[in-house]
Design a protein around this ligand. Sequence first.
Ligand SMILES: Nc1nc(=O)c2c([nH]1)NC[C@@H]1CN(c3ccc(C(=O)N[C@@H](CCC(=O)O)C(=O)O)cc3)C=[N+]21
Length: 316
Amino acid sequence: MTQASNSKRIDGEALAGQRLARVAGQVATLVDAHALTPGLAVVLVGSDPASQIYVRNKHRQTVAAGMHSYLHQLPDTTSQAQLLALIAELNADPCVHGILVQLPLPARISPAAVLAAIDPDKDVDGFHEVNIGRLWRGDDGPVPCTPMACRLLLHHVLGENLSGLEAVVLGRSNIVGKPLANLLLREDCTVTLAHSKTRDLPALCARADILVAAVGRPEMVTAEWVKPGATVIDVGINRIHDDAATKPRLVGDVAYDDVSRVAAAITPVPGGVGPMTIACLLDNTVAAACRQHGLTVPDADQTQAPTDDARRHYCA
Ligand SMILES: Nc1nc(=O)c2c([nH]1)NC[C@@H]1CN(c3ccc(C(=O)N[C@@H](CCC(=O)O)C(=O)O)cc3)C=[N+]21
């Protein structure tokens, strides 16, 4: 039954570690040269356990990179008006350069109203309608973190030139599928955005040089869906409860072992897109702080390389 895996495992954890070390160098430069410490405010409403894990991870990495982290954990009972009042405060706070409101929000609160209230220049998720417009027009602005993470992982495997490649993106969400389709289109891929109504999904996917799964269906993509030699990026994070006693197991939207037999390279879950997403969030925060102060983002190659000791700290 077991067949040796042919594919390269894309180590998102290691690549994210390198990126965090780079961000830390940029932060150190901003602090030394401009007395500017970038600050990120993360707002979580309610007690969803998965959201709490992500928010805690973001907080830890932000602090490890030398930035200020302002964590606002609001009760489940928070009203939309209370949340909007907090956002207004954060918009006005000069220490806060980036604002992220963790999604999903409780059903009572309109995500559209909340995202529209965030100052577009502090919108480090890139979810504000102004930033969606900038993205689709090809103007400068924050790029959503998970799509950016996918793009960086693809460049790591395939090099900088993705021109002419066939890309199939499974899933048409506003936070992953749609913005990622845009990024790949910009790089001259031929992009197909596939979804639940797409006919003959397996055959369509099997044409792809780049296959990205972002649908939230555990292990939906199997080897038959994948062209030999394709690069597969798995955005799914599904928690599987085998029984009530044990901790849930994380699986992606891709059947990893099965697809490993045919893909050239594949991201694992956990340890793939997730950690890279957080690294991109920190990038966006540094960029937002620089833009608000009329500074260019410090050249990563000229910043002081973190010491081994510091690196261990950043990546912990
Ligand atoms: N406003 C907003 N912005 C977001 O960027 C945003 C959001 N809301 N809501 C939820 C999704 C999801 N997301 C993840 C980030 C990191 C990991 C991550 O670090 N994952 C680890 C595993 C962590 C675990 O144990 O679950 C990994 O894949 O290795 C996962 C998921 C950001 N999101």
